[in-house]
Design a protein around this ligand. Structure first.
Ligand SMILES: [Zn+2]
Length: 255
């Protein structure tokens, strides 16, 4: 299994890899190898980090195979008879595929391609733009679902991106293991990068499975986080307009 990743990485081996020697190959698995390469390069690979520079599309089937075996071991430890229980038979593979292709996909794929359109004509749009983006994420601590909505506001700058791109960026950031505070920062940073707009705000409200399904068993706890930059932070009028827009959005589509 690990041969393919090994071969791929041999092919794109850099001078640095060559100097570092074969230390990273010792684990004999693709995830062991990729993890060793990232460690060697000082690349952080926390649950909320995008690692698409290292994990390429063709590694995913192999990583899914390895995660399947690991989930099988977890089910065995939980004393779930995956041999005879028909509902548990394919569960390990379903979990592995779900992690890579769905709930943590934002770690393994590059960000959405956001073609920017110039906004520099005489009658260019100079107002505030607020986009509501539905989010599904997962907390890094318990791997429980985080469900919510992000409101992304910007004052249009020299370039504009397609309206759906705001949500694609937000969802790409969300489909990882995150903390809501970090997710809010991540979305703000990526929107700023895509639009070059220095004046922006991101407000997220979400419910957390780890508070609802376990622990405090809260049935209606809502967590709110806000990141404000530029005039959204410094100009009380802009800040008020942003939150007034959010209230209007919530009248239009409650949660
Ligand atoms: Zn949690």
């Amino acid at each position: 299994m690990y041969d393919k990743a090994h071969k791929d990485f041999k092919e794109q081996e850099t001078a640095l890899d060559a100097m570092a020697g074969d230390g990273g190959y010792s684990e004999g698995t693709a995830h062991g190898y990729l993890g060793a390469v990232m460690r060697r390069n000082g690349k952080r690979f926390w649950a909320g980090d995008n690692i698409s520079d290292y994990v390429r599309e063709e590694h995913i089937p192999q990583l899914i195979d390895e995660a399947t075996e690991a989930f099988e071991r977890v089910l065995d430890c939980l004393l779930i008879d995956r041999e005879t229980d028909p509902n548990s038979k394919g569960t390990a593979r379903r979990l592995a595929k779900m992690y890579f292709n769905e709930i943590m996909e934002g770690r393994y794929v590059a960000g959405p391609d956001c073609t920017a359109f110039p906004n520099d004509s005489e009658d260019r749009y100079e107002g505030m733009l607020v986009v509501r983006s539905e989010l599904r994420s997962m907390c890094s601590h318990h791997h429980q679902p985080v469900t919510g909505v992000a409101y992304i506001g910007i004052i249009a700058a020299q370039k504009l991106i397609g309206l759906s791109k705001y949500t694609r960026i937000a969802q790409w950031c969300a489909r990882r293991g995150t903390l809501q505070e970090e997710l809010c920062n991540d979305i703000a940073r990526e929107i700023e990068r895509a639009t070059d707009a220095p004046n922006l705000g991101v407000y997220i409200q979400a419910t957390h499975g780890c508070c609802e399904n376990r622990g405090i068993m809260a049935h209606s706890s809502l967590t709110q986080t806000t990141v404000l930059k530029g005039s959204f932070k410094d100009d009380p009028g802009v800040k008020k307009e942003f939150f007034d827009n959010i209230k209007m959005q919530q009248e239009f589509a409650p949660r």
